[in-house]
Design a protein around this ligand. Structure first.
Ligand code: TXA
Ligand code: MG
Length: 321
């Protein structure tokens, strides 16, 4: 059992482990992270190994405070500074030009680095104790559903970890929004915890860009991300599910109903609240995926606010390679 309460003593031990080049999993407000000293390439190599993650998928570097940005980034454009003031600590990751201290192996040889200050006492406590930037992807095997509880991490990666710092259920429940501030206007690379509308209210118009994994330099590598093992089918509003002899799961939002017999329903929000649905999304998918079903159905989510991050995760979960 690798799950530990985030006492001062355990945070201090975990910080020490990070400095020694070991892995620590920790709660953030988005999803659980799998962290290592971002400035130590050998330590970060352990992340890629534990997750079975390809090196063309760069890591996000977590910082304790905004004055550390200067240690690892060449500059912070005005719009990035405005966004930092408005949304940090929080579920926004910024792409900025990197300094040489950041190992190329964690940025997939890009000349930029992804940076974020998480808004969770466990993540911040660990960062303060470690006293180094922490590279951390979500703490799941590459391609599988993201973890939003310590138990999810234990289940998926527990044998590879000495310590998982428990911070309860992740409040937000989907990963951070990623914005590339090296272009003008800035580009949104991944929908996440902070909506496009919120970012635009502070930074003005932003364009939609392509995430690293979908760029042509990685042909055919549009990974099936965030995937359950069970087949997931997304229906348009009013569309019918096919009759089946198999066992059916339903990821239900609001007062939706499925036209066929359902064996297991997981409700992400009874009253159709998108924030609540994001919070419950991965837990519901984990439960359905652990229930020996033949197929999971969900209807499309509204194309607004955090609903876009939910749809993005669902679409990726529905892709099978
Ligand atoms: O909420 C989150 O962001 C969580 C928690 C743990 O902080 N972390 C997370 O990391 O979602 P991960 O590894 O699952 O996602 C990292 C993604 C990459 O797949 C890539 O799309 C993008 O961040 N990324 C990282 N560095 C980049 C760069 N230099 N340029 C463009 N995209 C980058
Ligand atoms: Mg991930």
């Amino acid at each position: 059992m690798a799950i530990f309460e985030p006492t001062d003593e355990n945070l201090s031990k975990a910080g020490e482990l990070i400095r020694q080049g070991e892995l620590v999993s920790f709660a953030t407000e988005t999803v659980y992270g799998l962290g290592a000293n971002a400035l130590n390439p050998e330590a970060c190599e352990k992340i890629f190994k534990a997750k079975n993650r390809p090196h063309y998928d760069p890591l996000i570097v977590h910082l304790a405070s905004v004055d550390q940005v200067d240690d690892i980034c060449k500059e912070m454009p005005t719009k990035a500074q405005q966004a930092a003031e408005a949304f940090w600590p929080g579920s926004l990751t910024m792409i900025l030009p990197k300094k040489d201290v950041v190992p190329d192996s964690i940025t997939a040889n890009l000349d930029t680095v992804a940076v974020r200050i998480p808004n969770h006492p466990v993540a911040l406590g660990l960062l303060q104790n470690a006293k180094v930037p922490i590279a951390a992807p979500s703490a799941n095997p590459f391609g599988y559903l993201s973890p939003t509880t310590a138990a999810h991490v234990e289940e998926q990666l527990g044998d590879k970890l000495q310590i998982i710092l428990d911070g309860g259920e992740c409040d937000c429940g989907v990963e951070s929004t990623i914005i590339d501030f090296t272009t003008e206007p800035p580009e949104l690379l991944r929908f996440g915890g902070i909506s496009q509308e919120q970012i635009e209210s502070v930074c003005g118009k932003i364009n939609l860009g392509k995430p690293v994994l979908e760029r042509p330099l990685a042909p055919g590598q549009l990974a099936s991300h965030y995937s359950p093992n069970t087949e997931l089918i997304i229906l348009k509003e009013g569309e019918s599910a096919k009759e089946t002899d198999g066992k059916v799961g339903f990821l239900k939002f609001g007062d939706q109903n499925l036209n066929i017999n359902v064996d297991q329903t997981e409700e992400v929000s009874l009253d159709g609240n998108l924030e609540e649905a994001a919070h419950n999304l991965f837990s519901a998918l984990h439960k359905l995926d652990d229930s020996n079903l033949d197929v999971i159905y969900a209807y499309e989510f509204p194309d607004k606010g955090i609903g876009r991050a939910i749809m993005d995760r669902l679409k990726k979960a529905a892709v099978k390679l």
